[in-house]
Ligand binder design. Structure first.
Ligand code: B12
Length: 226
């Protein structure tokens, strides 16, 4: 069985003992991290999702697969951090209130970091007021909101409303994403951008940074003045 297929199986089976070593072997073979994510990790997770739908897997099975995914992503992240590109912007990110899914967000953040974004990850189940607090203190260019559970989609809108109430809506660009999110929903809640996947998310992030560049002023200490 080739390495990519081995990694996919390790994700599906939740093989937390072997997954990091197989990921390392993939890297040593020269397989790019993006290909490892797409061809092994995302494929494995799709199989997990299917098995859950057909009642072959239950929450504990999904949890071990999620744990294996985190170990694999951690190995990829260490490799990517070894040669960081120049910083092009700062982003605050999190999974919205009520939602604990973070695999997709973590993949997006890895892609963001390897594309030159400084990322402040607030984790999962983040209430709107915490996003607001962090936008005030960290002064990011972008706020990245993730959501996977349809029941929590309204928390994205709540977050954007809270930003507006705090007078921050025009100061930070908001990008939303996650399996149930669409461009239509993003427009409806007043987000500045939507990314269908991690690659598209980085593309949208770069576009928004490009557009807002002329408006930004930095002091010599690198802090934004306006
Ligand atoms: C793994 C998983 C879990 C794990 C999560 C572990 C973790 N650390 O994330 C656990 C077991 C904890 C879990 C719990 C639950 N889950 Co769950 N879970 C899944 C599963 C199998 C895979 C999700 C996943 O990681 N996909 C892979 C990632 C990479 O995809 P992604 O998140 O969409 O991300 C990509 C893009 O969307 C995008 N993206 C994501 N975020 C962002 C943000 C921005 C800004 C941008 C630009 C892009 C972007 O980029 C990513 C990479 O390309 C799915 C099934 C499936 N087929 O998706 C169910 C699924 C999402 N879960 C589901 C449910 C119902 C639950 C529970 C309610 C179950 C329960 N009864 O308790 C709880 C939720 C509790 C809560 N309050 O959140 C349902 C949701 C249905 C719905 N109506 O919304 C699904 C669809 C399963 C199903 N078919 O029923 N779950």
């Amino acid at each position: 069985m080739n390495l990519i297929r081995q990694l996919e199986c390790a994700i599906v089976k939740g093989n937390t003992k072997k997954v990091a070593a197989i990921t390392q072997e993939c890297l040593q073979e020269g397989i790019p991290p993006a290909a490892i994510i797409e061809k092994a990790i995302l494929k494995g997770l799709a199989v997990v999702g299917q098995k859950w739908k057909t009642y072959e897997y239950f929450i504990p099975n999904v949890l071990v697969s999620a744990m294996a995914t985190k170990l694999s992503l951690g190995t990829l992240q260490s490799a990517l951090k070894a040669s960081p590109p120049p910083t092009i912007g700062r982003a605050v990110a999190g999974t919205v209130r009520g939602d604990v899914h973070d695999i997709g967000k973590n993949i997006l953040l890895m892609f963001m970091e390897s594309s030159g974004f400084e990322v402040i990850d607030l984790g999962i189940d983040v209430p709107p007021e915490h996003f607001v607090k962090m936008v005030k203190s960290a002064e990011p260019d972008l706020l990245l909101l993730s959501c996977l559970y349809t029941v929590t989609m309204h928390a994205m809108e709540d977050t954007i409303i809270s930003l507006r109430k705090a007078g921050l809506k025009g100061k930070v660009k908001t990008i939303v994403g996650g399996a149930p999110i669409t461009q239509e929903f993003a427009d409806q809640i007043g987000a500045d951008g939507f990314g269908v996947d991690a690659v598209d998310g980085v593309k949208k992030a770069k576009e928004l940074i490009e557009k807002s560049k002329p408006l930004k002023h930095f002091s010599s200490a690198g802090k934004r003045n306006a």
